[in-house]
Design a protein around this ligand. Structure first.
Ligand code: HEC
Ligand code: HEC
Ligand code: HEC
Ligand code: HEC
Length: 494
């Protein structure tokens, strides 16, 4: 056993012991005694508390996965979703959106009506009304040929934005995609929302839902209008014709009762019904997952103060980098871990990548194009370089000058001997495997010390990584790293 793992084992024991101590302390507390913590405990805690290898960031990183209420706020829900959709949803979420997380609360139709009327009574403000060209509000069949062509242009522009934005990383469509695992299935979204709401949402997601995990893209108004046209019209967002029969039984499906706009208009001001709705909401404990005006006092939410955010902290909040990436012990696992990005990546490359991501890993999903401005990218790279560094990573093979031609040549030989090319292309024209990242310009992207660290033990850098540990000698490492550092843009396609 290596020395380091013995140390970490001892730490683990210590954590278990400390855990028991704090358990004991909490038992004391439950017997109504004042909490007294042994000073030895405090000292030990201070000595062994995380972080271990990483530096302390200048601000608390917010984990988007740890929000207080997992459901969206319901105050203005009537401006987002139509009442027919709402009645089907509250009756049984999973039959409306396949990947719904909200449980079926077993309410009957009268209770559901009351809940919707109550929710409408607490609504505060409608989304801003957008001015649309008249023909964009028409159904496809009603468009003249000329109007159709104009609509089609906006639609196709939006389709392009949709593709670059990679919305399907987070959102499945009719069960396909959504690998990050956080967004609702958008396969029937046109039955729920309206174009004004979608315009407002894509322009600023945080206005409606401050804790949302969705990225706030830097869209222009033209981008947003294109996206709205695409989402409101493309068939992938419209339900497929449903069978009227229940599968296999030959029996007609039992009808779910839905609230129509007409019935809603008749009952929406009924104060007795509003009161009933409030009661149902309280009894059904909707507030455990939702912030609901007038009800939330039962479970007060301390609102996060985010007004003064600036620099990288602001960017993290707005783009929600940590929905996909992980930094230290916060965030998701879909995208590369950024905890040591400052020791791994070359910042010139990083700045360009953030503004216009290119493809690194051909097989997996790529980073969406958020349209970050130059100063935003700069705030990110400066933060990464300063704060997300690996203190143990001291060795730098080539700090005294670039590798010699001889080293590069032996590195190239090794690269093919070891079969690195079965998973990596090292050159755009030569081709190679696509399981691992393309290495054609890896010298622009990665720092040599990181490549050494990675090649010494690929699983140390990424425990899930499939790259085998080749047990390379220092001499072999020097050659391979020299060869890879020589892969820079100016030589691309040599
Ligand atoms: C980082 C992941 C992520 C990306 C990327 C993303 N979304 Fe979302 N989106 C979400 C989440 C999560 C929600 C639900 C709100 C929440 O829980 O925070 C959501 C909600 C929505 C909604 C409302 C759906 C509903 O039923 O309430 C729409 C519409 C939407 N997103 C469209 C888009 C579009 C269009 C794009 C691409 C331009 C996109 N999203 C990109 C995560 C994402
Ligand atoms: C256990 C948690 C939980 C409870 C309890 C709960 N919800 Fe939800 N609700 C959610 C989640 C999570 C969502 C987001 C969509 C999803 O399920 O993925 C949601 C979504 C919704 C939506 C759609 C919101 C939107 O912006 O699209 C409505 C409306 C709603 N809930 C109403 C209610 C009502 C009314 C109650 C009580 C009768 C209730 N919920 C109880 C978790 C819950
Ligand atoms: C919707 C998910 C998502 C969000 C949000 C996101 N990224 Fe990424 N990012 C990715 C994916 C996927 C990759 C891997 C790209 C590839 O390999 O081609 C990536 C790659 C990167 C890389 C290169 C990492 C490496 O080790 O190769 C950096 C740095 C990065 N992102 C920073 C950021 C920052 C900073 C933000 C917030 C401003 C952000 N990302 C937001 C998905 C995301
Ligand atoms: C079985 C397939 C496979 C083989 C063989 C392989 N790699 Fe990899 N390699 C990968 C994968 C997959 C990744 C991406 C790991 C990740 O995303 O964290 C990777 C990552 C890398 C990286 C870091 C790239 C980055 O952006 O994180 C370098 C450098 C690298 N490999 C070099 C090599 C060299 C040199 C060899 C031969 C000695 C080799 N690889 C052999 C699959 C392989």
């Amino acid at each position: 056993m290596r020395l380091r793992s013995i140390v970490s084992l001892q730490k683990r024991w210590l954590i278990i012991t400390l855990g028991c101590l704090s358990f004991a302390a909490s038992i004391h507390l439950s017997f109504g005694q004042e909490r007294k913590i042994d000073s030895m405990f405090l000292e030990l805690d201070k000595k062994y508390r995380m972080p271990e290898q990483w530096s302390v960031p200048p601000f608390d990183l917010e984990d988007p996965y740890k929000r207080i209420k997992n459901g969206p706020p319901l105050v203005n829900i009537l401006y987002k979703a139509n009442v027919e959709w709402l009645s089907r949803w509250i009756a049984n979420p999973k039959t409306v959106v396949a990947n719904a997380k909200m449980p079926n609360l077993g309410l009957d139709f009268d209770e559901i009506k009351a809940v919707i009327v109550f929710l409408s009574s607490i609504a505060e403000k409608d989304v801003p009304q957008v001015t649309w060209d008249n023909f964009l509000l028409k159904k496809e069949d009603d468009l003249s040929e000329d109007e159709y062509d104009k609509m089609d242009k906006v639609f196709n522009f939006g389709k392009g934005v949709w593709g670059r934005a990679r919305c399907t990383i987070c959102h499945p469509i009719k069960g396909v995609g959504g690998n990050v695992g956080v967004g609702p299935d958008l396969g029937e979204i046109t039955t729920k929302i309206n174009r004004n709401w979608l315009h407002a949402w894509l322009g600023n997601t945080k206005n409606h839902f401050p804790d949302t995990m969705m990225a706030q893209y830097r869209f222009t108004d033209q981008d947003v209008r294109g996206l709205v046209e695409f989402v409101m019209r493309d068939t992938q967002f419209i339900p497929e014709e449903k069978e009227d029969e229940e599968e296999g039984t030959g029996q007609p499906k039992p009808e779910t009762q839905v609230l129509t706009e007409k019935e809603f208009a008749d009952i929406r001001k009924d104060t007795a019904l509003i009161e009933k709705g409030r009661n149902v909401v309280e009894k059904a404990r909707c507030f455990v997952c939702h912030d609901i005006k007038g009800i939330s006092e039962l479970m007060p939410v301390v609102e996060k103060k985010r007004d003064g955010l600036a620099g990288f902290e602001k960017l993290l909040y707005e783009i929600r980098c940590l929905t996909c990436h992980r930094i230290q012990d916060k965030g998701g696992t879909y995208a590369p871990n950024l905890t040591f990005a400052g020791s791994k990546i070359k910042m010139n490359w990083e700045g360009e990548f953030l503004q216009a991501p290119d493809i690194i890993r051909p097989l997996s999903q790529q980073m969406p194009k958020f349209n970050l401005a130059e100063d935003e990218a700069k705030a990110a790279t400066e933060y990464l370089e300063k704060n997300l560094v690996f203190k143990d990573l001291l060795l730098d093979f080539y700090k005294d000058g670039p590798p010699t031609a001889e080293i590069i040549a032996s590195g190239e030989k090794l690269f093919y001997e070891k079969g690195c090319n079965t998973c990596h292309a090292e050159n755009i024209t030569k081709g190679g495997g696509v399981v691992g990242p393309n290495l054609a310009t890896v010298g622009d992207r990665l720092q040599p010390a990181y490549i050494v660290y990675h090649l010494k033990n690929p699983q140390q850098a990424n425990p899930q990584g499939v790259e085998p540990n080749f047990g390379l000698s220092d001499e072999e490492l020097k050659q391979l790293v020299g060869f890879l550092m020589d892969h820079v843009k100016k030589k691309e396609g040599k």
